[in-house]
Design a protein around this ligand. Structure first.
Ligand code: IPM
Ligand code: MG
Length: 312
C-alpha cells in the first residue's frame, strides 16, 4: 500500500523518538512492500518559534489531507520556557488540542501492557503482576474540561479562575460504542470510570454508557469511581480489560497505567475518529530535561518498538 503520513517531530525528545519510529516504518516498508510518503510540519513550541503560533493553517491542512499523522511530543518546561509567557491560546499545547479537535480525533486508545522483558522495571510487587496485565484505556479526547470555556478575572478584588466541563449524550455515545467494540475483540469487559457521586457530567456519562451497553449483551460492564480506579490500578491491574473514561480522567489514569508497565516511555497512543484516519504518538510528554541526549529512544524504543497490533 501507498500512504501519506504527516510527521510532526515536535519539541523536547520528540525529534529523537520520531527518528527512531521512522526507522521502524522503513523496515515495515521493506518487509511488507508498502510505500510511505512523509511530509513534515511543525507543531507546538517549534512552530511558535517559526510561525508565532503552535499550529498554522497550512500544517493543519497537510495533516487533514494525509492518511495518518505521526507525532513525537510537544511542549517545554512550563516554569522556565518563554513559550509559557505567551497567551494560553498560543502556547504549545494549544496546537495539540487544536489538531485533535479539528481532525475530530475523539477516541484516544492507550494500551498498557506488561512486556516480560520489562517486568523488572515495574514498580509493583511481583505477586501483583504475575501473569502480566493487558488493558486498553479508551480516553474521550475532544470534550470535557479540555475544551470547555475558561477564564481568569478579578471579582470583588480577588482573582477567580474558571474551567467548565460539559459532555453531550452524542459525545458519550460514540466513545462508549468504540470501547464496547474494542472489548468484543478482547476480554469482553468494560470498566467505565467516572465521578458520578459528585459530577453531573459523570451522572450523564453513566446513564448513556448503560444505554449503549444494552446493544452489547456479551460485554460485561462495570462502573468505577475515578479515585477508586486510581487505587485499583496499582492494587490489582490484572482486573482491567477496557477502561472507558472522559478526557481529563483518561489523561491522569493513562500516565498512572504507563508507570506500571515499567516506564511512561512504553505507552503508545492512537487518536482516532470513525474512519481509518489516526494520529499516533507516545503518550509521554516532551521531557525537556533529557532532550537531545537520545536516552529515551535508546532505552525504550529499541527494546520494544510500538506494537501496532495492540490497537487492533
Ligand atoms: C497527553 C498530554 C496532553 C494532554 C498535553 C500535552 C496537553 O498530557 O497527551 O496525555 O493532556 O492530553
Ligand atoms: Mg498526559
Amino acid at each position: 500500500m501507498k500512504k501519506n503520513i504527516t510527521v510532526i517531530k515536535g519539541d523536547g525528545i520528540g525529534p529523537e523518538i520520531v527518528n527512531e519510529a521512522l526507522k521502524v516504518l522503513s523496515a515495515i516498508e521493506v518487509k511488507y512492500n508498502h510505500s510511505f510518503q512523509y511530509t513534515e510540519v511543525l507543531m507546538g513550541g517549534s512552530s511558535i518559534d517559526v510561525h508565532g503560533v503552535p499550529l498554522c493553517e497550512e500544517a493543519l491542512e497537510t495533516a487533514r489531507n494525509a492518511d495518518a499523522v505521526l507525532l513525537g511530543s510537544i511542549g517545554g518546561n512550563t516554569d522556565t520556557s518563554p513559550w509559557y509567557q505567551l497567551a494560553p491560546n498560543i502556547r504549545p499545547e494549544a496546537g495539540l488540542l487544536k489538531i485533535r479537535k479539528e481532525l475530530g480525533l475523539f477516541a484516544n486508545l492507550r494500551p498498557a501492557f506488561l512486556y516480560d522483558e520489562l517486568k523488572e522495571a515495574c514498580v509493583l510487587k511481583t505477586e501483583l503482576i504475575d501473569g502480566g496485565f493487558d488493558m486498553m484505556i479508551m480516553r474521550e479526547l475532544t470534550g470535557g474540561l479540555y475544551f470547555g470555556e475558561r477564564n481568569t478575572q478579578e471579582e470583588n478584588g480577588v482573582m477567580v479562575a474558571r474551567d467548565s466541563m460539559s459532555y453531550s449524550e452524542t459525545e458519550i455515545t460514540r466513545i462508549a460504542k468504540r470501547a464496547f467494540d474494542i472489548a468484543l475483540k478482547r476480554s469482553k469487559k468494560v470498566c467505565s470510570v467516572d465521578k458520578a457521586n459528585v459530577l453531573d457530567t459523570s451522572r450523564l456519562w453513566r446513564k448513556v454508557v448503560n444505554e449503549v451497553s444494552k446493544d452489547y449483551p456479551n460485554v460485561t460492564l462495570e462502573h468505577m469511581l475515578v479515585d477508586n480506579c486510581a487505587m485499583q490500578l496499582v492494587k490489582n491491574p490484572k482486573q482491567f480489560d477496557v477502561i472507558l473514561t472522559e478526557n481529563m480522567f483518561g489523561d491522569i489514569l493513562s500516565d498512572e497505567a504507563s508507570m506500571i508497565t515499567g516506564s511512561i516511555g512504553m505507552l503508545p497512543s492512537a487518536s482516532l475518529r470513525e474512519d481509518s484516519f489516526g494520529m499516533y504518538e507516545p503518550s509521554h510528554g516532551s521531557a525537556p530535561d533529557i532532550a537531545g541526549q537520545d536516552i529515551e529512544s535508546h532505552c525504550y524504543y529499541s527494546k520494544c518498538s510500538y506494537d501496532a497490533t495492540l490497537f487492533i
